[in-house]
Design a protein around this ligand. Sequence first.
Ligand code: ASP
Length: 344
Amino acid sequence: MTDTAILLIYTGGTIGMKQDPVDMALKPFNFGQIVDEVPELKKFGCRIDSVTFDPLIDSSDADAGFWSELAALIEENYYDYDGFVILHGTDTMAYSASALSFMLEDLEKPVIFTGSQLPIGVARTDGKENLISAIEIACAKDSEGRARVPEVCIFFDSALLRGNRATKYSSDEFKAFISPNYPALAEAGINIKYHGKFIELPQRWGKPLKVHKRLDTRATILRIYPGMDENVLKNTLEMPSLRGVLIETFGSGNAPSKDWFIKNIRNASERGLIIANVTQCMRGGVDMEVYATGMTLKSAGVANGHDSTTESAIAKLFFLMGQYNDNQKVKELFETNLRGEISN
Ligand code: ASP
């Protein structure tokens, strides 16, 4: 046994379910007994401790408070473990991984989210493989004993993806996640193949972890669609106490050029509302200099989300608004690559 130690954090979701032999319903099982369910864990040459969230949540209930608790748990245990594996429902895993990537600054250890499409207690589960590979990645070190993947990631169905680049893509296939705009950091086949040139390493090792637990959630997401009524836009932008709106636009960042649309965006922006732009397209990003409609948004002060996923962009807004009162500063940093979440 090496002295490598991993903290396994169970928050809820399908992976931790088992069929109750009495009523046959899926219920969370006692994670203290994880080794009984996955005896393969005994063969790891590392120590695995586990913590169970109380209460366990379906990830549809994830929120800023939950993310802060997760960040605090990692902060408390950061120097006692070599890596962290977070078992989480798949539905909002990409939001949680994105949020944690911003909240944990100067991270030098792996934080790997995983889960499964089928409960760990059923015969064809994908949970065992996901869990075992996630732990192996969390334990992996380079020749100098430093973490091979010091990032917040999602491991799912043989691919290790940067957390703030991933999106849930399928509700019923084992390959539930993709990373449309950034390559996988590693792939698990017979061996785990690390794609070193895509993994972000610290510029200088040895910095202490900085944990930012304050998030400001006074932002919303507005998906633009043909036929949108002016009142939908107006009422959204004028919602009391709102600080930010993430608009999901067409193609390379385009929106209607109708007067009422531009006027509402411009007025809201002049009032100081943070308006940020991500594309509805799965691949590619926003370029507000291609079409006149995009240029109008840019001139109205709309911030460019580049090739960010919606999950990452909203988490980044919550994070930046939690750190800064100055909305101009939030917009400036929103356009900047902070944790490998955008390609510019
Ligand atoms: N509803 C579940 C959740 O996200 C689904 C899953 O675990 O995959 O918590």
